[in-house]
Design a binder for this molecule. Structure first.
Ligand SMILES: [Mn+2]
Length: 432
């Protein structure tokens, strides 16, 4: 007998992977643990007849020759499978996207995709197995749940390809949205309630922040959403949650900020994680929550307004030209530098204008090339002070439709911030 099973507290990814595996292993018995999450219960209460699941207690383990495990590869996450652990003659096949697990076999299909079902869908596509629209819908539900509709940073291109394949196979998005309510279940509510009860607000760099330390046991989904709600309820500029998983001895650190000046992505990068200015997270192994809290406080205070200065991300040195320089000469300098524009200064090195590709387009006649650049430059110069943030620079670029802004310090140009500098910063492309 071949059985397929998945983890206790099964979610849509687990169920989807279980059903997907039945297509790859015809004749295998799908064994669904008795503990399943609330969304899944609602779905199964309507769709039960469509699937033929076995309960772990229905299986005589002695008869099992082959075990297929999906969406986990840890023995302790399986229900009533302990007896199989020591079986030497048992063939085991794993399909999982988690990195940690203790089930040993030579047949491991493990890859850190956003959802486990992605791996199985890929195989289904490769083997040209037929799937029904209902199966496609279930698979897409699993995929969307584990990837937050393809928005979680763990999402890979493969997940999106699989989603495309499933939509092509007529996955029904109406059904999806009915059952895929955000998993804001009892666990999440309890955690949020405790966090709010113990909530403390402090000040750092003139902003209100709250750092919450919590103990959780085992994987809890959607902690990021819990933290977002927490930040709103406690009403602070930035909130951080340090969730210590006592079972796995790891700390999940999640941050949310609504102010530009507290850059969560930057803070999380400093502790080995990642993210964007408004949201980020990090996973720390065997760390002490109190130490993490201290680290965060330090990083937030050091992460104030002036510390992520534009001077850290701007391009420099800046090439400028005098306002009396001939247009043709300016054009040549730009060509040599591979730029499309530059600041123009007077003899005291004060910025008096900028010239960009747009200004060159105003020149119609060849004799224009011999005129001084001041005849064509734009005099409406937008500059930015060196201690402003990258977000402010980006806003100025959008508002004025310009691609480069001179960065000023004490009335002198010390650099220039370009769109690509800003992009590098926002998309985390800076060298560490
Ligand atoms: Mn999963």
């Amino acid at each position: 007998m071949i059985i397929i099973t998945t983890h206790k507290g099964a979610d849509f990814d687990a169920l989807a992977s279980l059903v997907a595996a039945t297509l790859l292993y015809p004749g295998a018995k799908p064994v669904l643990p008795t503990s399943i999450n609330a969304n899944l219960k609602a779905f199964l209460s309507i769709h039960k007849d469509l699937f033929d699941f076995y309960s772990p207690k229905d299986i005589i383990l002695e008869h099992v020759k082959k075990l297929v495990v999906v969406d986990t590869h840890s023995w302790n996450r399986l229900e009533r499978m302990e007896k199989l652990k020591t079986r030497k003659d048992l063939e085991i096949i794993i399909w999982d996207h988690h990195s940690e697990g203790d089930i040993e076999t030579d047949h491991k299909n493990i890859s850190e995709t956003g959802a486990a079902v992605t791996l199985l869908v890929k195989e289904i596509e490769k083997k040209r197995k037929l799937i029904t629209p209902i199966q496609a819908t279930l698979f897409l539900m699993g995929l969307y749940e584990d990837t937050g509709n393809l928005t979680f940073p763990s999402t890979l291109a493969e997940d999106a390809y699989a989603a495309g394949f499933l939509l092509d196979r007529k996955a029904d998005l109406h059904i999806l949205s009915t059952f895929l309510q955000h998993a804001y279940g009892k666990k999440q509510k309890d955690i949020l309630f405790q966090m709010v009860r113990k909530a403390k607000r402090t000040e750092a760099s003139g902003f209100s922040i709250s750092i919450s330390k919590m103990e959780i046991s085992g994987r809890v989904q959607n902690l990021a959403m819990v933290l977002q709600m927490y930040r709103e309820i406690v009403n602070v500029d930035a909130a951080f949650g340090i969730f210590r998983d006592v079972e796995r001895n790891i700390c999940m650190v999640i941050g949310r900020s609504k102010v530009d000046e507290i850059n969560v992505g930057l803070i999380m990068r400093s502790v080995g994680g990642g993210g964007h200015p408004g949201a980020g997270s990090a996973l720390l192994k065997a760390a002490n929550p109190d130490t993490i809290e201290e680290m965060l406080v330090e990083l937030i205070s050091g992460n104030q307004y002036s510390s992520i200065m534009l001077s850290d991300i701007m391009s420099y040195p800046v090439v400028t030209v005098l306002e009396d320089t001939k247009v043709e000469e300016v054009a040549m300098i730009l060509r040599n530098m591979g730029c499309t524009g530059m600041p123009i200064v007077d003899k005291d090195d004060h910025i008096v204008g900028v010239v960009s590709r747009r200004d060159f387009k105003k020149m119609r006649q060849s004799k224009h090339m011999l005129l001084p650049i001041k005849a064509f430059m734009s005099r409406n110069v937008i500059t930015i002070q060196h201690d402003k943030s990258a977000i402010e620079a980006a806003r100025l670029m959008i508002k004025n439709d310009i691609g480069r802004i001179p960065v000023m310090k004490d009335d002198k140009i010390i650099g220039i911030i370009t769109r690509s500098d800003a992009m590098m910063y926002f998309y985390d492309l800076l060298p560490d």
